[in-house]
Design a protein. Structure first.
Length: 78
């Protein structure tokens, strides 16, 4: 639901806008597509990690996309 994305954007005070350059989203929900666009419009790089049933919108929009299964487990060699 797009409202979720709006709530997230609304909860980050403007004073923090220049304190980060990269946003990591761990979700495959296409409802976050508008949030990703808004962050990119503000010059943020968006990296998305998701399960295989991820929204194609997010894959296309992401600056970088990875499946959660590609994350090495703690203590194991990559």
């Amino acid at each position: 639901m797009f409202v979720t994305g709006l709530l997230i954007v609304a909860t980050v005070p403007h004073r923090y806008e220049n304190c980060y350059n990269i946003v990591i989203l761990v979700s495959g929900d296409g409802d976050f597509a508008n949030l990703v666009r808004e962050l990119q419009d503000k010059g943020k790089k968006v990296i998305i990690f998701a399960q295989p049933q991820v929204s194609q919108k997010l894959i296309i929009l992401a600056n970088e996309f990875y499946l959660v299964s590609q994350i090495p487990l703690c203590g194991q060699a990559a």
